[in-house]
Design a protein around this ligand. Structure first.
Ligand SMILES: [Zn+2]
Ligand SMILES: [Zn+2]
Length: 184
């Protein structure tokens, strides 16, 4: 592995991969958020493991949209602490729509019956057009309460199915929010 090698080790398992097969995992999301956890390049199993830890430890609530094929990033936008450059939340109305997606207090995971702090949503949950991103009409997309562990395994299955390396993955932190595919 030289300076111009096409391979690089995964920062998790140290196994060499083609650079383009490694994901960018950044808890600080390009320094838009405070985190002592460094940015790293991870293979898919190590990415899923790192994200899973954050999903399990997250003390707030979030809507999580199934990763989409067309986007190169999967990042969390906190509702309360969003920065303009991090995520354009659009209108207060949009923020309220995202808030309405949060699981009720005491909600239980549809898969395992554990405590649910996430609402897992199908890829059609949000509609993007020239004017921005909007929540689709409730009832037209799949949504169900899930625990962190079950969200983590669903996201892992999607990552493996998509089979593409993501430029940026930033896990839930700081506040209630939305984890969704974006282009960066
Ligand atoms: Zn790895
Ligand atoms: Zn569960």
């Amino acid at each position: 592995m030289g300076l111009f090698s096409k391979e690089a080790p995964c920062d998790g398992c140290r196994i060499p991969f083609e650079k383009k097969a490694l994901h960018g995992f950044d808890p600080a999301w390009r320094r838009h958020r405070k985190s002592d956890d460094p940015r790293r390049r991870l293979c898919t199993p190590c990415l899923s493991a790192a994200l899973s830890e954050y999903l399990a430890a997250f003390p707030f609530r979030a809507a999580v949209v199934e990763p989409a094929r067309e986007k190169n990033a999967y990042v969390f936008g906190p509702l309360d602490k969003s920065r303009p450059r991090l995520w354009n939340w659009g209108s207060d109305e949009f923020r309220e729509q995202v808030r309405a997606l949060m699981p009720d207090p005491g909600a239980v995971c549809a898969l395992c019956g554990g405590a649910a702090s996430y609402t897992w949503c199908g890829t059609e949950a949000f509609i993007e057009n020239d004017e921005g991103v909007f929540l689709a009409e409730r009832g037209t997309f799949a949504e169900e309460p899930r625990c962190g562990k079950c969200v983590a395994s669903a996201v892992d299955a999607s990552f493996r199915e998509l089979g593409m390396a993501l430029a940026e993955v930033s896990p839930p932190a700081d506040a209630d929010g939305l984890l969704i595919s974006q282009d960066v």
